[in-house]
Ligand binder design. Structure first.
Ligand SMILES: C[S@@+](CC[C@H](N)C(=O)[O-])C[C@H]1O[C@@H](n2cnc3c(N)ncnc32)[C@H](O)[C@@H]1O
Length: 197
């Protein structure tokens, strides 16, 4: 099991439902999630997901935060380059742990252009900002063919509307990846291929 999967699974054994008399907010998934997104990532990566992803590599991950997903994928022998506009130390999302992996300080748009020969991987791109849509646009324009998007669907809290619209317009969904979810979060993995590629 991955490190995140292991910690998530063991935590879930200790927590009780919110309507139980023994409910303890301090030990609730809500509080634990705040801690683990800063240590690992905004979505939970499993060994099973890694094996499903393997055939779509090599990857260029954009907006990788502290690089946890890329770290686990590299450990599994998958060729993955980790990039983020902000190194961990200054990241506005408050990551508090580094992993033994090089996170290249790079704007996602530049990374997508430079590495369009790889599969674009994006985990929880911000929904309030347009960078992920611009990244997809330039990735496709530069000849990019495959995209792995991890997050919520079109009306969720990841990826802006234009990104979801562009994915639907320009790409075909070719696979889905089931991952564990925090309470109230509808995370899933989606693999897309550029139409006609
Ligand atoms: C919600 S966090 C997700 C981080 C990571 N993928 C995860 O799941 O933990 C969004 C990340 O996007 C990065 N980001 C924001 N704008 C960016 C841009 N223009 N290019 C690259 N990364 C960007 C932020 O620094 C942040 O690390």
């Amino acid at each position: 099991m991955t490190l995140y999967e292991t910690e998530f699974a063991s935590f879930m054994k200790t927590t009780v439902p919110w309507d139980s008399p023994n409910y303890d907010f301090k030990n609730s998934p809500f509080v634990k999630r705040q801690e683990l997104v800063k240590k690992y990532a905004w979505a939970i990566l499993t060994d099973k997901a890694i094996e499903q992803l393997r055939k779509y590599g090599p990857f260029i991950e954009v907006g990788c935060g502290n690089g946890y997903w890329s770290f686990e994928m590299q450990q599994a022998g998958i060729d993955t380059i980790a990039t983020d506009i902000n190194p961990v130390q200054s990241n506005e999302y408050g990551f508090n742990k580094t992993w033994p992996i090089e996170v290249v300080a790079m704007n996602a748009i530049d990374a997508a252009k430079a590495y369009s020969n790889r599969t674009l991987l994006t985990v929880w791109p911000c929904y309030k900002q347009s960078w992920i849509d611009m990244t997809l646009r330039f990735f496709l324009k530069s000849g990019g063919k495959q995209i792995v998007y991890i997050g919520e669907g079109k009306w969720g809290c990841t990826g802006n509307d234009s990104f979801h619209n562009r994915l639907a317009r320009c790409c075909d969904k070719i696979d889905e990846i089931d991952i564990p979810r925090w309470e109230g979060i509808n995370d899933r993995g989606y693999v897309y291929q550029r139409k006609g590629a």
